[in-house]
Design a binder for this molecule. Structure first.
Ligand code: ATP
Ligand code: MG
Length: 558
């Protein structure tokens, strides 16, 4: 007997607690995550994964992974593989319980035959358009099909003939016989089987009839012993049909699964529909499903998101019964928080400006001790020499009073190093600043006589001869939205053409050499970065994960 959760934090836990108090599901709580393998998983799915696997953990139960593969045309093994990789990466395990709805095609067929025998299903010769026309509207009852009262024998024979491939696609369907006058349109004799002469990615050509989602789903849940079938709000109106299927086939109300709906995750500036994401990929708006601008789990991973950040985000978002729009800044807050605690700090100069320290001996090199992380600690050495790079924007020729970085005659501290003074500004023929000549205070580094001398600014730098040249990819939102952050219906027109900016010749301190894909850094003063899968020891490539500024933390403080 599973224990009641002591501090339920959402309505689903309350519902499950009530079920347990009422003596239902005494064998344990069993959930499932049921993706259709017709695309890559996205951040919305992450919410469903965290919820389903999370509930199983909280109640000491189990969660299955089930591929809902009843639609042979759109599905593909590429998606099956990516979905497994994504769920594992998020940190969840289905043990040996990975199933396919297609595993149940035979059983589902038998269930359908059972319904026919009980007078609860019939073969209809009407075509899709006629069925739609007879369905009625919200204010008007539907009309019964002329085929509705076929005999059980005739229905059995016709359904068998459908299965044997004697009819073309769309020529006949099997419908549940419920109530054409029901105020719930889903109950007006819904189609439960259709003909599709298509090759299925697992069952090949074995079947040419396929069960509809509303029929396959409750019965797959029941076959697997699922107790709580958690789905998004748009299925609320389908729940009576879910229950009807189970009731009609004699599943015991105390053990059979029950459907509970929750609000899907909607994020500002973000498309969360597989269909739309596929369009972005197939029409070349992005480089693939794992493009770092994509809200797919594989895109977020490549962008530098961590499993812990995504799980924290899902738990912060919570589970509600009403739809809402979550600010994408909250997602960014979660990864910033994680990387702030865990990413090592290094120096990288995105837009380099050469600095020559004229009073530093030519050919000399020394090593500055630099801290890797303010909390975790750890140290490394950074080479220092006569020629350095600093950030172009850390120098200003006609600087306002409040500019505390480098300016003519001004002083600044090099982080973990010396204080330097700008003595001369070198320009090219167009008047662009190309080099600074500076002097350094030899006693100003750690341990020196003037180590504690105060100057107002501290800037990052790298040694020119030692720096690694890297490519850095900066990202902006893929979709531009209105003030509310909502994605317009014609989302392809809202694609941000400037969502990717590539910087070549970024100068990174040498400690980053030989780091592998997925390594995170904070580039001091610049933001959080991750080593991309395109990176090699000869050509480093970083993605910017997120900047340093946290707009969400500010919102929260109010
Ligand atoms: P899409 O509209 O992106 O195709 P879907 O619901 O059709 O999504 P499925 O593969 O059927 O995709 O989804 C698997 C599970 O993930 C379902 O239980 C579904 O309810 C859930 N899910 C999908 N999108 C979201 C979302 N935005 N927020 C929360 N859960 C979601
Ligand atoms: Mg779906």
């Amino acid at each position: 007997m599973p224990e009641i959760l002591q501090n339920p934090s959402n309505f689903i836990q309350n519902e499950i607690n009530d079920d347990l108090k009422n003596g239902r599901y005494s064998e344990g709580i069993h959930t499932r995550f049921p993706p259709e393998p017709n695309g890559y998983l996205h951040i919305g799915h992450a919410k469903s994964i965290c919820l389903n696997f999370g509930l199983a953990q909280q109640y000491g139960g189990m969660c299955n992974l089930r591929f809902d593969d009843t639609n042979p045309v759109k599905e593909d093994v590429e998606y099956v593989d990516s979905i497994q990789a994504d769920v594992k990466w998020l940190g969840f395990s289905w043990d040996k319980r990975m199933y396919y709805a297609s595993d149940y095609f035979e059983k589902l067929y038998e269930f359908a035959v059972q319904l026919i025998k009980n007078g609860k299903a019939y073969v209809d010769d009407s075509n899709a358009e006629e069925i739609r026309a007879m369905r009625g509207t919200l204010t008007e009852a539907g009309k019964e099909s002329p085929y509705r009262n076929r005999s059980v024998e005739e229905n059995l024979a016709l359904f068998e003939a459908m299965k044997q491939g004697e009819f073309a696609d769309g020529e006949k369907v099997l419908r549940a016989k419920i109530d054409m006058a029901s105020p719930n349109i889903n109950m007006r004799d819904p189609v439960i089987y259709r003909i599709a002469h298509a090759t299925h990615h697992r069952t090949g050509d074995a079947w040419c009839i396929y069960p509809m989602y509303d029929f396959a789903h409750p019965l797959s849940d029941a076959i697997e012993g699922i107790t709580h079938s958690i789905c998004t709000l748009e299925f609320e109106d389908h729940r009576p049909l879910y229950d009807w299927c189970l009731e009609s086939l004699g599943f015991d109300v105390n053990t059979r699964p029950r459907q509970i709906e929750f609000a899907r995750l909607n994020l500002t500036n973000t498309v969360t529909s597989k269909r739309k994401l596929r369009q972005l990929v197939e029409e070349g708006y992005v480089a693939g499903w794992d493009d770092p601008r994509m809200p797919t789990i594989s895109g977020l991973r490549r962008r530098g998101y961590t499993p812990a950040a995504l799980r924290n985000f899902c738990s912060e978002v919570g589970v509600a019964k009403a739809n809402s729009l979550v600010d994408v800044a909250m997602l960014e807050h979660c990864i910033r928080d994680d990387l702030n605690n865990n990413a090592d700090r290094i120096m990288a100069v995105l837009h380099p400006l050469k600095v020559v320290i004229t009073n530093y001996p030519e050919g000399k090199k020394e090593y500055m001790l630099a801290e890797n992380h303010p909390i975790k600690g750890g140290h490394r050495y950074m080479p220092f020499s006569r020629e350095l790079y600093i950030e172009q924007e850390d120098f200003m020729e006609d600087a306002p009073k409040k500019f505390f970085r480098l300016k003519p005659e001004g002083e600044v501290r090099l982080k973990h190093g010396y204080i330097i003074k700008c003595e001369e500004v070198i320009k090219d023929a167009e008047g662009k600043v190309v080099e600074l000549h500076c002097t350094y205070d030899p006693d100003s580094k750690t341990g020196g006589a003037t180590a504690n001398r105060k100057v107002k600014g501290t800037i990052h730098w790298v040694s020119a001869a030692d720096a690694l040249e890297a490519e850095v990819r900066l990202y902006d939102y893929l979709i531009e939205t209105d003030e509310k952050g909502e994605v317009p219906a014609d989302f392809l027109n809202a694609v941000n053409k400037n969502s990717l900016e590539v910087l070549q010749h970024v100068m990174v301190e040498p400690s980053a050499a030989l780091t592998a894909e997925g390594t995170h850094y904070q580039f001091l003063r610049q933001g959080y970065y991750v080593v991309d899968k395109d990176s090699t020891p000869d050509h480093l490539v970083f993605n910017r994960v997120v900047g340093l500024k946290d707009s969400w933390a500010k919102v929260k403080k109010g």
